[in-house]
Write a protein that binds this ligand. Structure first.
Ligand SMILES: Nc1ncnc2c1ncn2[C@@H]1O[C@H](COP(=O)(O)OP(=O)(O)O)[C@@H](O)[C@H]1O
Ligand SMILES: [Mg+2]
Length: 251
């Protein structure tokens, strides 16, 4: 369903993705782990065409999107719900306006009645029925994350990309977000990519886990395979060890 082939991307002289290849099968939940600043968000942005690779190709549903213009990309973006890091809600807009935002962007002709229905449907899916008229400032951190997810769901996506969905919330809230990711996956049969450095969350939601390090996927496997890895870099990362082969600081 999603294929990244030999993607390289540099900013100035800093190579963030280095000949990276990754495939995500239809209906799969793939978790991408890696340190802060290693290029996880950059990778996701290539899938929605927000960034273009310096070299390499991106395919969605077998169709190449690498060099599509904004207008042609819209057709693919209709299939993809992106839950941005930190939620990225507009503070001056109500919850309903935030949730409906993506849908209006994609289909400007949408009738008001349908917009209201779709907004409510999406909010109920994240267990926040009836909070349409609240402002983001009135929400807890966990609620903001769920509203951001409702915004992605509002377009009824086939693919959902989650950028650090549990970062910055307490462990109990994090667990309820993990549960939500899993139940949406089961209910909607979506293909998902979850980017995180929260290993508990990774094990919880993943069909397979891939680790990004120095611009490449250095290991890939089931939660169990990753937990039992003999790769020293993966071992150091998943166990949060200060000493090991990873020494450079990224941020
Ligand atoms: N638009 C950009 N312009 C310049 N540098 C960028 C840009 N986006 C990301 N980077 C750099 O790319 C690296 C990876 O960033 P990012 O993908 O955000 O990391 P993370 O794994 O934490 O999501 C960082 O060094 C970041 O500074
Ligand atoms: Mg990031």
């Amino acid at each position: 369903m999603i294929e990244l082939k030999n993607i390289s991307k540099s900013f100035n002289s800093h190579k963030v993705l280095d000949d990276l290849t990754l495939t995500i099968e239809k209906g799969q939940t793939k978790v991408i782990i890696g340190r802060s600043g290693c290029g996880k968000s950059v990778l996701l942005k290539h899938i929605v065409g927000l960034l273009k690779p310096d070299s390499g190709r991106v395919f969605i549903d077998g169709q190449e999107i690498t060099n599509l213009k904004e207008k042609e990309l819209d057709k693919f973006r209709m299939k993809i719900g992106m839950v941005f890091q930190g939620g990225a809600l507009f503070d001056s807009m109500t919850v309903a306006e935030n949730v409906g935002f993506g849908l209006i962007e994609h289909s400007r002709q949408i009738a008001r009645k349908e917009l209201l229905e779709r907004t409510e449907e999406a909010l109920c899916m994240v267990n926040l029925c009836g909070i349409q008229n609240l402002m983001p400032a009135e929400l807890s951190g966990g609620m903001k994350k769920r509203v951001a997810l409702a915004r992605a769901l509002c377009i009824r996506p086939e693919i959902i990309l989650y950028d650090e969905p549990t970062t910055g919330v307490d462990p109990i809230t994090a667990d309820s977000i993990n549960e939500l990711i899993k139940s949406l996956h089961d209910k909607l049969k979506v293909t998902s990519i979850v980017v995180t450095h929260d290993m508990k969350s990774a094990y919880r939601v993943a069909d397979t886990i891939a680790m990004l390090y120095q611009g490449k996927i250095i290991a890939e496997g089931s939660s169990e395979e990753i937990q039992n890895t003999s790769h020293p870099v993966v071992h150091q990362f998943i166990n949060g060890l200060a000493t090991g082969p990873i020494t450079e600081t990224l941020d």
